[in-house]
Design a protein around this ligand. Structure first.
Ligand SMILES: Nc1ncnc2c1ncn2[C@@H]1O[C@H](COP(=O)(O)OP(=O)(O)OP(=O)(O)O)[C@@H](O)[C@H]1O
Ligand SMILES: [Mg+2]
Length: 240
């Protein structure tokens, strides 16, 4: 369970997040919407322990990650699939996916190999492990990014714009694997997206940010009843 309470954050003295509160149960999956620059990525990084807020609290599984976390692993419960996949070009797919295991101190090589194989299997890339990032399509790179998040079985995953820049068919393929994680409750997920046509595939709760403020927090179902002009504009006229 993630509980964000009256969170305010400034970076370089500039207010970025303003009095944000929400609760995300483990059975729910959150979608963060909002214009470019509204604070979506900064919020997700704050949940990951990167930015200590000036006010408010981030409580994950009953641990206030900025006040009470005693270890790095207490603090960073989230895995993130970055906006640009962020693969290391000189490492193979296998090595890229294995990286979080090494940084977390996994010593057992056989166990590590099995975890990497399993994570690649979960995104349909079991045959690509010897390839290098330059040999992959955009969709495959995103899926390697997802495997790298899955490999240590995190309880929480952030997908930051997982389908931006992909053609609709490739986007659909990536969404297929995210939807499997969402449906199977493998992890509680937070998906940042501009792809308003596929929201129900990635989550059931919505946080809509505008200039660092929460304009809406509630179910995806009820979002269509919102009359706020900005939210209606965001969807064109056909809210989900
Ligand atoms: N490390 C940082 N230091 C200072 N300011 C930052 C930092 N990262 C982001 N910002 C600022 O915070 C604001 C919100 O940025 P953020 O990246 O969260 O937007 P976003 O909603 O994710 O946008 P996009 O949809 O374009 O990815 C922007 O004004 C940005 O310039
Ligand atoms: Mg962003």
């Amino acid at each position: 369970m993630v509980s964000v309470q009256n969170l305010s954050l400034s970076l370089d003295d500039k207010p970025i997040l303003k009095d944000i509160s929400f609760e995300l149960g483990n059975e729910n999956n959150l979608i963060i919407l909002g214009r470019s620059g509204s604070g979506k990525t900064v919020l997700s990084k704050t949940l990951m322990g990167f930015f200590p807020p000036q006010e408010g609290r981030v409580i994950i599984d009953n641990v206030d990650i900025y006040q009470d976390a005693t270890s790095e692993s207490d603090k960073s419960q989230f895995a993130i699939v970055f906006q640009n996949a962020a693969l290391l070009d000189s490492l193979s797919v296998f090595q890229n996916v294995a990286l979080p295991l090494y940084t977390r101190g996994e010593k057992d090589l056989e166990k590590a190999k099995e975890k990497v194989r399993q994570a690649l299997f979960e995104v349909g890339l079991e045959d690509a492990s010897e390839k290098f990032p330059a040999q992959l399509s955009g969709g495959m790179r995103k899926r390697v990014g997802i495997a790298r998040a899955l490999v240590y079985k995190p309880r929480y995953i952030v997908f930051d714009e997982p389908v931006s820049g992909l053609d609709p068919i490739t986007a659909d393929e990536v969404l297929y694997y995210i939807n499997r994680i969402v449906e199977s409750k493998t992890a509680t997920t937070i998906t940042i997206t501009h792809d308003v046509r596929n929201l129900e595939r990635v989550g059931d709760m919505v946080l809509f940010l505008e200039a660092g403020e929460a304009l809406y927090y509630g179910s995806l179902d009820k979002l269509s009843q919102e009359r706020t002009p900005l939210i209606r504009d965001f969807f064109g006229f056909d809210a989900p």
